[in-house]
Write a protein that binds this ligand. Structure first.
Ligand code: AMP
Length: 113
């Protein structure tokens, strides 16, 4: 999709701190980290939300979780981590290309704000 930041990161057109990659998925460090480990896992193809991704390509949801989890541990979140798909306005989604946040490296609080 044109003018999509995460499409551009997935294709390599815009640089990011990529920590893991397959032919279909990229995992990179969030530019504004909210925890010592804060990664984003994206499909390289454009999907707007996790619901859309799950409906069309559920295997890619699995890939995001598998690759994001492995990268979190590799980055040092060995004591646990949190995987979050912010979805839509009320869910706090600001980038319209599905991504999962993978947060760890400290004790995370609950509930989120
Ligand atoms: P959300 O608000 O859930 O859509 O999450 C979007 C995330 O993308 C935020 O945590 C941003 O800090 C992060 N972000 C925005 N631009 C970049 C970028 N160029 N590289 C890495 N992370 C980014």
């Amino acid at each position: 999709m044109t003018d999509c930041l995460f499409c551009a990161i997935g294709s390599g057109a815009i640089p990011a701190a990529i920590v893991a990659e397959t032919d279909r998925v990229a995992v990179f460090r969030d530019v504004n980290p909210q925890a010592p480990v804060h990664l984003l896992a994206i499909p390289k193809a454009h999907f707007g939300s996790v619901a859309e991704l799950a409906a069309v390509a559920p295997d890619l949801v699995s890939d995001l979780i598998t690759e994001g989890s492995a990268a979190a541990v590799a980055e040092g979140a060995t004591n646990g981590y949190r995987i979050v798909f912010n979805t839509g306005h009320d869910g706090g989604q600001s980038v319209g290309h599905v991504h999962t946040h993978v947060l760890g490296g400290r004790q995370l609080t609950w509930p989120p704000g």
